[in-house]
Design a protein around this ligand. Structure first.
Ligand SMILES: NC(=O)C1=CN([C@@H]2O[C@H](COP(=O)(O)OP(=O)(O)OC[C@H]3O[C@@H](n4cnc5c(N)ncnc54)[C@H](OP(=O)(O)O)[C@@H]3O)[C@@H](O)[C@H]2O)C=CC1
Ligand SMILES: O=C(O)C1=N[C@H](C(=O)O)C[C@H](O)C1
Length: 255
């Protein structure tokens, strides 16, 4: 039995994770954390992790960067592994996560779908072969309630492409106000927000004589929730302190 604590339990992803836990007998949703602590649910909901007194194996977080300080304190105090799926962290917060991961196991990924993990590898490979001759542009589309832009996944895809390029690319997020032609060594990111789009990411490699378009579309939030639960099982199985990613989960699952 894995006992799971769910941060951001009242949100869209919180409900998706709850649905998966309800369908899996060996997973128990022990408690949730959310700003609206009084929401009526099948499990106790606390406004802050510090209010939780019981036993659990792992925290899964889909909330907001503002939840990070309390989550890291809780994880460090209780030696509790954390799955951090929230996006929009700033550089300082990313460094705090790295620092905490020296003491506890932390799994962080801006996208918990296995399909996006495959897309990341395809982008890395394509950038290595064509990055010198193609312009790289990333288009991401999400629902109209999303708070952060560009998406965490778009930034992850840009990082994968950048790692494979011979130059240090500048990230250009929107071109308004830029009056110059496009530099070869830059990666553009465009963000669209509308309706109920779950999450679309497309990476365009635009050469003079050919185009390659690599694209992933999430059709439901279940794909992320399922990845989060797999990541939680991976940490609950007993990992050393460290910062883990989807690549580690893929290895663990033998895929
Ligand atoms: N890694 C991945 O695969 C995925 C990551 N995400 C990311 O997960 C996050 C949540 O997404 P989503 O569920 O759609 O968002 P929602 O806004 O639907 O849910 C977030 C929930 O967290 C609550 N919350 C906000 N701040 C805090 C805090 N400081 N402490 C506790 N709870 C808090 C919100 O309360 P209130 O509404 O009152 O603000 C809300 O109930 C986003 O960062 C998103 O980008 C989403 C999908 C996949
Ligand atoms: O906020 C969302 O919904 C999503 N956020 C993640 C991101 O920022 O990349 C992942 C997914 O695309 C859905």
């Amino acid at each position: 039995m894995v006992q799971l604590l769910l941060s951001g339990c009242n949100g869209r992803m919180g409900h998706a994770v709850e649905a998966i836990c309800a369908a899996e007998p060996e997973l128990e949703l022990t408690a949730g954390f959310d700003l609206l602590g009084a929401d009526i649910r099948d499990f106790p909901v606390y406004a802050s992790p510090a209010e939780f007194q019981g036993e659990a194996d792992v925290v899964v977080d889909f909330s907001s960067p503002s939840a990070l300080p309390a989550l890291l304190s809780f994880g460090l105090e209780h030696r509790m592994p954390l799955v951090l799926a929230t996006t929009g962290y700033d550089q300082g917060q990313l460094e705090e996560i790295q620092q905490a991961a020296r003491s506890i196991p932390i799994f962080r990924s801006a996208n918990l779908s296995l399909g996006v993990n495959v897309l990341v590898e395809l982008v890395r490979r394509t950038a290595a072969v064509l990055g010198g001759s193609c312009d790289i542009e990333i288009m991401e589309r999400h629902h109209n309630k999303k708070m952060d832009a560009p998406s965490g996944t778009a930034l992850m895809l840009a990082e994968a492409a950048a790692d494979a390029l011979p130059c240090q690319p500048e990230l250009v997020c929107g071109r308004q106000g830029i009056r110059r032609s496009r530099e070869r060594c830059e990666i553009g990111i465009s963000s669209v927000r509308g309706g109920g789009i779950v999450g679309d990411h497309e990476v365009l490699f635009a050469g003079r004589d050919e185009l390659i378009e690599l694209r992933h579309s999430a059709l439901s939030r279940e794909v992320f929730a399922s990845g989060a639960v797999q990541a939680a099982r991976f940490l609950a199985a007993g990992q050393s302190p460290g910062l883990y990613s989807m690549a580690d989960l893929v290895t663990y699952l033998g895929l």
